[in-house]
Design a protein around this ligand. Structure first.
Ligand SMILES: C=C(O[C@H]1C=CC=C(C(=O)O)[C@@H]1O)C(=O)O
Ligand SMILES: [Mg+2]
Length: 462
């Protein structure tokens, strides 16, 4: 018999086997337990020896963190993603056997993944492996939250499974992950090349948008651009995560590997969190750099709070999110005025939105209603999306789209995947966008996007 930290895996699997022999269908078995402290980045790094796809998620307060190794199941949807993912998840949960030996709300079968920015867009070369919407339940998932450290093991069992053999493999792999060699940074991996994709054309497009806004019933369009980077050596994702976690406070830090590529970033923007029907969303739009001195910084923040163009950019987001949240929640609370949300390299206008979800709605229904907010597409949504489909040459893929997690009862959280990049070996594509309104100046918007590349550039060692 194999005992791990008080849990008898073979015993759990034997009981599960009896169940699946009666039902005659394969089941996912999800076993979670409290474990001793383990360094989350060492766990992530050790996972590379076990599986090619790893996942990482930390919330902006850094008090909920998931590190996923491998995939025991991947939910994929090309069209009508939100409804499909929701329906598939419910079906999967019906045939999942859950054994929990812990008190955390953040363990058990948890799906980690993302939706594309625009599911109408085809996925070409750049985003191979990130087609449509994809959510994975990791084979092994480390949870770090206010209650401590937890390990969830997710495995399939069918009526013919050899429980003894399965338990011994799980035991060996868990041992490896829970006793990882200490991680040290591999050191600087210098950026050899930086290539901005068509900055001149991009500024012309900003001009085109301001003209378009003058002549059409569109108030705002968010334009994004790409910065291609080449490093001396293949990128070490653990090192990038370490940099982002250390330097980008107030940001969601995420990484999602697929087919040899990794989508990674540190986003300050919450799309929505749902915790037992309490809904929390965020309006984040309007940007200024940080000042060099405290005095400077304060002044720039004050100027941002009073700047007409940035307030307009922000207000458009507040109005849309208010309407979307009102349609599925009550007791909606939104402060009248935004406040400053400070980040390492820049500051934003920030308005939180709190509400109680109406009966029958889930986190995924809210994501469907909110995405893309005017902070990422523009306003009105359909008109701005049509403009982007026609004029933006960038393949956004998962950039600017919902990335996050949800559990068996659809509690969870999504961030908007900005300040991010797609890394493949020694090459990376970084993305940054900005809200263009009628008073936008192409040069200033260009500078704004330039600062928005900084978090990822710094993390890559530039
Ligand atoms: C689209 C991005 O930022 C959005 C979020 C916050 C502020 C924004 C702005 O001020 O333009 C953007 O709407 C990005 O960072 O790529
Ligand atoms: Mg802006």
């Amino acid at each position: 018999m194999i005992e791990t930290q008080g849990i008898n895996i073979e015993g759990v699997l034997t009981a599960a086997l009896k169940q699946v022999q009666v039902s005659k269908t394969a089941s996912l078995v999800s076993i979670s337990e409290k474990i001793n402290k383990v360094d989350r980045l060492s766990f992530f790094a050790a996972g590379k020896n076990l599986a090619k796809n790893r996942s990482f998620w930390s919330n902006a307060d850094q008090n909920v963190c998931f590190v996923g190794i491998g995939d025991s199941y991947t939910l994929k949807a090309e069209r009508h993603s939100y409804d499909t993912v929701k329906a598939e998840w419910k079906k999967l949960m019906e045939r999942t056997i859950i054994k929990r030996h812990d008190e955390s709300a953040n363990t058990g079968p948890i799906a980690i993944g993302g939706f594309p920015f625009d599911e109408e867009n085809e996925t070409y070369q750049l985003w191979q492996g990130f087609e449509g919407s994809q959510f994975r339940i990791p084979e092994y998932m480390l949870t770090v939250d206010e209650n401590g450290y937890f390990l969830t093991t997710n495995t399939w069992i069918d009526p013919h499974s050899n429980v003894g053999k399965l338990a011994s493999v799980l035991h060996e792999e868990r041992n490896m992950l829970l006793n990882p060699p200490p991680q040290r940074s591999e050191g600087v991996n210098p950026i050899l090349l930086k290539h901005e994709v068509d900055p001149g054309e991009w500024k012309n497009l900003v001009r085109e948008v301001t003209d378009y806004i003058d002549n059409h019933s569109v108030e705002k369009i968010v334009l994004a651009r790409e910065l291609q980077v080449e490093l001396r050596k293949p990128c070490n994702i653990t090192d990038v995560l370490r940099q982002l976690l250390t330097n980008q406070k107030n940001s969601y830090v995420f990484a999602w590997e697929s087919e040899g590529a990794c989508f990674i970033g540190a986003s300050p923007e919450r799309l929505v969190q749902v915790k037992n029907n309490h809904l929390l969303s965020t309006c984040l739009a309007g940007t200024a750099p940080r000042g060099k001195t405290t005095e400077d910084d304060k002044q720039m923040g004050q100027a941002l709070l009073q700047d007409k163009k940035n307030r307009e950019e922000h207000q458009i987001v507040v109005n849309m999110i208010r309407d979307a949240v009102l349609s599925c929640a009550h007791n909606v609370q939104i402060p009248e005025q935004p406040v400053i949300y400070p980040l390492q390299n820049l500051q934003h206008l920030y308005t939180p939105v709190r509400a109680e979800l109406k009966h029958g709605y889930t986190l995924l229904d809210v994501v469907k209603k909110l995405h893309p907010t005017p902070a990422l597409s523009g306003f009105p949504q359909n008109e701005s999306l049509s403009f982007l489909r026609e004029h933006e040459t960038l393949e956004r893929g998962w950039y600017g789209a919902p990335i996050g997690w949800f559990n068996r009862s659809f509690n969870g959280e999504f961030a908007v995947a900005i300040r991010s990049g797609l890394i493949c070996d020694e090459k990376a594509s970084l993305f940054a966008g900005c809200g263009v309104v009628k008073d936008s100046d192409p040069e200033m918007e260009y500078e704004e996007t330039k600062i928005k590349f900084t978090p990822m550039l710094e993390a890559l060692g530039g």
